[in-house]
Design a binder for this molecule. Structure first.
Ligand SMILES: C[S@@+](CC[C@H](N)C(=O)[O-])C[C@H]1O[C@@H](n2cnc3c(N)ncnc32)[C@H](O)[C@@H]1O
Length: 302
């Protein structure tokens, strides 16, 4: 079952916002704090005339922080010939998130165009935006994809002059006990709140929560830069049961396993290595004091 099903429909939007607010799942909130702490230095690297594109925008809170600062910079640099309007393109698979993100910046003097679409369709999406763009993928979304596929997609579809801006919740650096990192990852992802978030697609179709459980394991997978840590999620069916989806009935047998998506847990050095082999140069990177969150501003190497 692909993980985008966790975010679809009215229920999917609520599903993510509930998890994002919960104390037990601080991932996206910590990334927002890191953005706020470093916004002044980040903005120094972003030309005032840049359009902001944000894929998987969610509620659009982080984008408001970026836009407010960019507007100030744009006003300060305004020439006698007049200012260049800032354009903002919030993109998400869920139309409710696009609406929410647009509403969040209703009072800001920027030209806005919301787009409903999948990042996988980036070659089509990019026809809608005006260059140059700051291409944002925030809220740890980068870690939910195979990096080779994802960085290739971004590389192929960004133009010279565009910038790539993304954040990641990291694996604690080596030096700490391996057990510690495992405990910290499992603590966050195996919380009840995260279990309910992942169970949502079956719960919404009326499956009894007693009839299945959510399992999260950590595994290491091979890659060009060595072994990478990745979560492995599944929904395990505990009892013969069935759900109705429209006119269809889907039956499950006790012991069935529904495999789900994953989240990579990279170290800081692994992300810099991945960017390097994918043809990106890091302009600035920001690491939180606890070493658990990072933000990267990169561009394509010429
Ligand atoms: C982890 S949330 C992050 C939301 C937001 N960026 C934040 O920082 O809070 C992932 C977001 O990506 C969206 N999404 C999931 N799969 C997607 C896809 N294939 N293409 C575009 N957006 C996607 C979801 O609807 C959701 O809003």
């Amino acid at each position: 079952m692909p993980d985008y099903l966790l975010y679809t429909g009215t229920g999917g939007a609520k599903n993510w916002l509930r998890l994002d607010r919960s104390e037990a799942f601080p991932v996206a909130r910590r990334l927002k704090d890191l953005l706020e702490e470093n916004i002044a230095s980040i903005i120094r690297f972003i030309p005032a005339c840049m359009s902001i594109v944000s894929i998987g925008v969610g509620s659009g809170e982080k984008e408001r922080i970026l836009l407010e600062e960019l507007i100030k910079k744009n006003l300060a640099e305004k020439t006698a010939s007049g200012k260049v309007p800032i354009r903002y393109y919030p993109v998400d698979i869920n139309t409710q998130f696009v609406d929410l993100a647009l509403e969040k910046v209703r009072d800001l003097p920027v030209e806005k165009k919301g787009i409903v679409g999948f990042i996988e369709d980036m070659p089509l999406l990019k026809k809608h935006w005006r260059l140059p763009v700051l291409f944002c993928v925030l809220g740890n979304t980068f870690c939910n994809y195979e990096s080779e596929f994802f960085l290739h997609l971004v590389y192929e579809n960004l133009e010279q002059g565009d910038l790539f801006f993304f954040d990641a919740s990291l694996l604690p650096e080596p030096g700490k006990e391996a057990y510690d990192s495992k405990k910290s990852v499992l603590g966050t992802y195996a919380s009840r709140e995260n279990a309910l978030f992942n169970m949502y697609p079956l719960l919404q179709y009326g499956m009894d929560p007693e009839d299945f459980d959510f399992e999260l394991l950590l595994s290491y997978v091979d890659s060009k830069i060595g072994p990478l840590c990745r979560t492995r999620k599944s929904l395990n069916i505990l009892k013969d049961t069935e759900i109705k989806i429209g006119s269809e009935t889907v039956s499950f047998r006790e012991g069935d396993i529904i495999r789900m998506g994953f989240t990579y847990k990279y170290t800081y050095d692994q992300i810099t290595a991945l960017l390097d082999i994918s043809g990106f140069e890091i302009l600035r990177a920001f690491l939180s004091k606890d070493g658990e969150s990072a933000i990267f501003l990169a561009k394509k190497l010429t």
